[in-house]
Design a protein around this ligand. Structure first.
Ligand code: ATP
Ligand code: MG
Length: 332
């Protein structure tokens, strides 16, 4: 697919107890029309911060997010450019309960994204019934309160709410990880079905690498706030080029050990560089560290890795890697 949503050099820094946390640093990528773009990386690597910038819940400190909308009518009604953009990109969060107001009837919550549009009351009610049906909830759900539903059903409600306004892109931030294992597969099946039915593009964040592999067309790997690798799902899982990707995949349970990339010989030092936080130094004035954030954990690190930051480059068509000494690239 063509680039639909272009993320250009976005960064987001938080201040916490006088320290700067570089949650996302200079991330560039394009989300392509109709794809599932998986996003992986350890806890604190900036996945949710990136997700919130994609849906404009957080503003980048710098960089740009551009939705290309062929056929998009100029002007339009209410909400301004930012309002329209927001409706074009919707998000489903990990904890469905947190995104639903317990005092509002389900129909009211699901209808909410339509409020800023020019959809009439009757058409809105019809669309709400339609999406509730689509996510597999009973006819009378709209009149009930969120508490009457199970966790899996609540997540179906959150999905209905995300798709009701016909978005182009849906950002799914660990959409099944809070659900019972028995329910996870059902919700994933539903998400795939909806993607086809509504012609959606997904950004799918998950710690479950097996699921990411199964549903993603391409996968982005984040480490310490940066994009370290981006490739087709098949090539990423078969031949990871960044040493962090290799470490991440080596921890992945596989039914066939031959599918697993070799474990790096040197084990990472626990707790090191788990986020941009560890890199940010002593205070507000701390500059970004020199070199690669993964260098201290990397089995292939050489001197230049500690002094020169590797920028993401397209090593081969469709594969972007930010590493001075990528794995398995000899002779390609
Ligand atoms: P997880 O896999 O645990 O969900 P993540 O990859 O989604 O992690 P983020 O939530 O984006 O990571 O966090 C990135 C970094 O930014 C972390 O160090 C986190 O503590 C910090 N951070 C995130 N949100 C805030 C905030 N509102 N205020 C201060 N620091 C924040
Ligand atoms: Mg997160």
């Amino acid at each position: 697919g063509k680039p639909l949503y272009v993320v250009d050099d976005v960064s987001r820094t938080y201040r916490s107890r006088g320290r700067l946390i570089h949650a996302v640093q200079g991330v560039s990528l394009d989300v392509r029309e109709g794809e599932v773009l998986g996003v992986v990386g350890e806890s604190g690597s900036g996945k949710s911060t990136l997700a919130k910038m994609l849906v404009h819940l957080e503003r980048p400190d710098s960089g740009r997010l551009t939705m290309s909308e062929p056929g998009h009518r100029a002007g339009g009604s209410g909400g301004g450019r930012a309002g329209r953009l927001r409706r074009r990109v919707q998000m489903v969060f990990q904890h469905p309960a947190g995104s639903l107001n317990p005092r509002l009837r389900v129909g009211t919550s699901v209808r909410e994204p339509l409020a800023a549009s020019d959809t009439g009351a009757k058409a809105a009610a019809e669309r709400v019934r339609e999406v509730l049906r689509e996510v597999g909830l009973p006819e009378d759900s709209a009149a009930r309160l969120p508490d009457e539903f199970s966790g899996g059903q609540k997540q179906r409600i959150a999905i209905a709410r995300a798709i009701v306004g016909d978005p182009r892109v849906v950002v799914l931030d660990e959409p099944t990880s809070a659900l019972d294992v028995s329910v996870q597969a059902q919700v994933l099946d539903l998400l795939s079905k909806i993607q086809r039915a509504e012609n959606l593009t997904y950004v799918f964040i998950s710690h479950d690498l097996a699921v990411v592999r199964a549903i993603s067309d391409r996968v982005a790997v984040m480490y310490a706030g940066r994009l370290v690798e981006l490739a087709d799902a098949a090539s990423l899982f078969e031949a990871p080029a960044h040493w962090y990707t290799r470490e991440l995949l080596a921890a992945m349970p596989s039914p066939d050990p031959r599918d697993r990339p070799e474990r790096p010989e040197r084990r990472p030092r626990a707790g090191q560089a788990e986020s941009g936080q560890a890199e940010s130094g002593q205070g507000e004035e701390a500059a970004a560290p020199a070199g690669c954030a993964f260098a201290s954990r990397c089995p292939a690190a050489e001197d230049n890795c500690r002094t020169v930051r590797p920028e993401p480059v397209e090593l081969e068509p469709g594969r972007v890697v930010a590493c001075h000494h990528p794995a398995g690239m000899e002779g390609r």
